[in-house]
Structures are given as C-alpha cells and as structure tokens.
Design a binder for this molecule. Structure first.
Ligand SMILES: Nc1ncnc2c1ncn2[C@@H]1O[C@H](COP(=O)(O)OP(=O)(O)OP(=O)(O)O)[C@@H](O)[C@H]1O
Ligand SMILES: [Mg+2]
Length: 327
C-alpha cells in the first residue's frame, strides 16, 4: 500500500530563561519595548505533523512518502527521515524561505514567549498530488494533515477529483478555518481523524450533526486522550480501544501524530479497525515515554511483548507478521 503524508515539517527551538519575564517589563514604557533574554538552554527538536507521522510509519517498517514544503536548511532533517525509511523525493525545497520554525522561550514561572515562522510551508500549495501520484506509480492513500490552509484545500480537491482515497486530519488548523473550508476538507474522506475537542468543533463549524459527518466519510476515528480511541463506520457498531500501560509520562507532545502512524500501519498491513486503533495507541504510548516527537525507538521484540500484554496473544501474532524495526 502506497501511503503519502502531506502536512507540516518544522523544527522547534526551545529555550529556557532562568528569570521572570515580568521582572523586565517596565509599566509605562511598553510602547517602546525592546528586550533580549539571555537564555540558559536551547533544545532543537524535529517536528511538524507530516514528519512525525512519517517517522512513526518508518519506525515500524513502512516507507511513507512525505509531501511537504521545506527550506534548503533541511538537509540534516532530511537525512534523519531517510534513515527512518521516509521517502523524501516528493518534498518541495524552497529557494527563498527557511523551513517552518517554532521559537519558544520559557521563564522560571513557565510563562512563554513564542513565535511561529511558517516559512516554506506556504509553498506546499504549489505541490500537485496528481504529479506526485504519477511520479510514484499511483497512491493508495493520502493523509492530509495540518499544513498551509490553501495547500490542505488544494490537496483534498486533487484527491477528490483524481479519485485517490484520502484521510482528513485537519487537527489544529481547524481552529482558524471556517465551516465552508472544513466541509471541503472532510467531505468524501476515506478516514477522518480528530480528537474529542476537534470532533465537537467539526459539528459546530460545519453545522453538520455527528451522524451527517459520519455519513460523509468512510471511517471516523476519534481519539480520547488517556481513554483511548473510538473507530466508527456507518452502519457498524463503534469499536473502542484502550491504551497500553506506559512506563512513565514524560512528554505528551506528538501523541496524536503517533496514533495516526500506528493506525495507518495497521491499514497498510490489512488489519481490522480494532487492531489499527490498538497499534495507534501503542505508538502513542512510546511517544509519551520520551521527550520530543521523534525520539522513541522501537524494538520489535519489546513492542510485541507490550502489545501482547495490552491486547492479547492473537493481536500480537497478527502484528508480528508485519512489524519490521530498525533498532
Ligand atoms: N495520557 C495518556 N495516556 C495514555 N495514552 C494517551 C494519553 N494521551 C493520549 N494518549 C494516546 O494518544 C492518542 C491521541 O491522544 P489525544 O486524543 O490526546 O490526541 P491529540 O489531542 O490530537 O494530541 P496532540 O496534542 O498530539 O494533538 C490517544 O488515543 C491515546 O492512544
Ligand atoms: Mg492532535
């Protein structure tokens, strides 16, 4: 199964300021504010939803195709993804803009001052899914994740008109899109992913009821944080999956993306909805246990053992036939 993942690629630059921002704010002079904080620590993390999802798919043995726009500064990131089996041949490299970047400084009270530079992401709208499909001998599924809003609409439209199955995953970009745009993103999707909150936002913004949304997509997957996920198909009973026990809760960033990786891996392996959801929850657990979104390492033996404990022997045997790990 040839899966393409369209969406953002970004790096997060996270700094820590040992003092308090508020100690440097002079009431009465804020109209001429000019501040520079000497920070202690800088951590650079690879992120972006499409890159995170591709990393997860590569980590269990698939070879996803990344569809994104980046800057020429991305060569290290590219090498990293390629080492994790991600095909980067369809990535557009901008000649003018840098890769999207999130810059965030946190002070000792955990107050934050941040900027997000979307950079090359705006050029994702120039990528043609039709041309990508032709270049790679067809695509079986395209996931359209958070990205430049015009790119999301453009890719969805391309999939619909070319008859390529797509998974709608607008996630955080739903906040800034209106009902008309959201309707266009999800109508006719083979799969529709949201968390609980985004599911409510969907009905509120589109004016469609939950039933109407489900009637317009093939499968709806709703994640419920620590309570797992529910998978629904029109006319079938909903399938619920729980979460495996985590070793520690270190950092929840990236759980949503990892869930999608696991779910799509299950699809590519031809497994049931329940198994796909369980794979999603298992990968999300790996992310929770590590700092960052692409720092987890999967060892096949350990993965299968944990999967067996969480979901039983039959489930683990089904997955064992397909799982290939780098580590
Ligand atoms: N606290 C938790 N403990 C165990 N598993 C969790 C927890 N939070 C999330 N998960 C797993 O991750 C999946 C996705 O979580 P969630 O519904 O929070 O996604 P999200 O809100 O889209 O997250 P993100 O912040 O990455 O966008 C869940 O279905 C579950 O499998
Ligand atoms: Mg999310």
């Amino acid at each position: 199964m040839k899966i393409a993942i369209a969406g953002s690629v970004a790096t997060d630059h996270l700094m820590t300021y040992p003092g308090r921002f508020t100690d440097s704010l002079v009431v009465g002079s804020l109209d001429t504010i000019s501040l520079s904080f000497l920070v202690d620590d800088l951590v650079v993390r690879r992120g972006g939803c499409a890159a995170n999802i591709c990393f997860g798919l590569g980590s269990v043995g698939l070879e996803p195709l990344l569809v994104a726009a980046v800057g020429s500064d991305w060569s290290d990131y590219q090498a990293w993804l390629e080492r994790h089996r991600v095909n980067t041949a369809a990535v557009k490299v901008s000649t003018e803009r840098h890769t999207a970047r999130f810059l965030c400084t946190t002070d000792q009270d955990l107050n934050q001052i941040a900027s997000f530079y979307s950079g090359a992401m705006c050029e994702a709208r120039d990528i043609e899914i039709g041309a990508v499909a032709q270049q790679f001998g067809g695509l079986d599924l395209v996931l359209i994740g958070p990205d430049d809003p015009d790119a999301m609409l453009h890719h969805t439209d391309a999939c619909r008109s070319l008859g390529i199955a797509f998974a709608a995953d607008p996630s955080q970009q739903m906040a800034r899109m209106d009902g008309d745009q959201i309707r266009l993103l999800i109508d006719g999707a083979a799969y529709f992913f949201t968390n609980e909150y985004e599911r409510a936002l969907t009905t509120q913004k589109t004016g469609w009821t939950d039933e109407e949304v489900l009637a317009r997509v093939g499968v709806r997957i709703t994640t419920h944080g620590a309570r797992g996920a529910v998978i629904e198909r029109n006319g079938n009973r909903p399938v619920s999956v729980g979460v495996p026990k985590e070793k520690a809760k270190v950092d929840p960033t990236g759980v949503g993306d990892a869930f999608r990786s696991g779910f799509l891996a299950g699809l590519a392996w031809g497994l049931s909805d329940e198994r796909c959801g369980q794979l999603g929850a298992m990968l999300a657990t790996y992310v929770i246990e590590t700092q960052g979104t692409q720092e987890y390492r999967i060892n096949a033996e350990e993965f299968l053992e944990r999967f067996k404990i969480a979901y039983g022997t039959t489930a683990a045997v089904e997955v064992a036939e397909h799982l290939i790990c780098i580590y």
